[in-house]
Design a protein around this ligand. Structure first.
Ligand code: SF4
Length: 285
């Protein structure tokens, strides 16, 4: 780069123009050239294959677990999961994908979105039921993590909780279909603040032992001997501890309102008691 351009307006203009040209080229390639190329098909693993969905605590169903409440594909207080899966809103999304159009703004950045060769699989096939499902039995949380939009969650769910009857009927559907590899009993709240959670784990594991039940927790409500025993009495397969920091000052930068000592103590107690009881599960991550 000649010296005279180094810090001048032309230099910055040049950089900006190159950036814009690159972005235009990228957009053209991804959104015009590739979709129009014969043989390339937009696809979504979640809405065709049932790879993931989340039932919010107000009963609404969304196709993607990172949504805070913008996508509403049906409500389990009004329809069964199966009706929602084969219902109008899921079908609208599928129709758009079949036309190589992204139906929602979320899609472009979504991990479930794929561009695949038409020949690679039957892209029009819709699986009979979900493969993985998250059930947010409670939106209540004891922390305010940096990345979690608590304000959005609270605004969207209000005081709503899934009633035990609704959770049992969702679990009945899952047990009936037997297509779920995973049942994930968490959403945006802290699941162990729901006193019914232990019963839900038992319910699904006794009706459908082959499915893998998993819960993600910040661990703090488990810093309690009684809760550890109740949890170990269930047949839960996986507990994911979300503990983000190696000391209290680092930890609270993300897990605002949390207590690292209690989270670590819960983990230690759980591992110790699991081993003392001679159990090979839950697997702890
Ligand atoms: S946001 Fe789009 S790509 Fe993601 S799961 Fe929903 S429909 Fe599929």
């Amino acid at each position: 780069m000649p010296e005279k351009y180094k810090y001048g307006l032309s230099y910055h203009f040049n950089i900006a123009a190159r950036f814009v040209a690159k972005e235009l080229l990228r957009a053209f390639y991804h959104y015009i050239y590739r979709p129009l190329r014969p043989g390339i098909q937009f696809h979504c693993r979640n809405i065709f294959e049932g790879s993931n969905a989340l039932v919010f605590s107000n009963g609404e169903v969304t196709c993607v677990c990172a949504d805070h409440g913008l996508i509403n594909l049906g409500n389990v207080n009004e329809s069964s999961l199966e009706e929602i899966w084969h219902g109008e809103k899921f079908e609208e999304l599928r129709a758009s994908f079949r036309l190589n159009r992204l139906p929602l703004n979320h899609c472009a950045a979504c991990f479930a979105f794929e561009r695949i060769p038409k020949s690679s699989r039957n892209i029009h096939e819709v699986k009979p039921f979900f493969f993985n499902i998250h059930i947010e039995t409670t939106p209540v949380c004891n922390l305010e993590c940096a990345i979690c939009r608590r304000d959005e969650v609270e605004k969207h769910r209000g005081g709503d909780r899934l009633s035990p009857e609704t959770v049992h009927s969702l679990l009945d559907e899952i047990i009936k279909h037997r297509t779920n590899k995973f049942v994930l009993l968490f959403g945006f709240g802290e699941p162990f603040l729901d006193k019914n959670i232990y019963g839900y784990i038992d319910y699904v594991k006794s009706g459908f032992p082959e499915t893998i039940v998993s819960i993600s927790t910040n661990g703090i409500p488990l810093d309690n001997d009684q809760n550890i025993e109740k949890l170990l009495d269930t047949d839960i397969d996986i507990i994911l501890f979300s503990v983000d920091g190696i000391n209290q000052s680092e930890y609270v930068k993300y897990g605002r309102g949390g207590d690292l000592k209690r989270a670590l103590s819960a983990m230690e107690k759980l591992v110790k008691r699991r081993n003392e009881r001679g159990q090979d599960h839950p697997y702890i991550v």
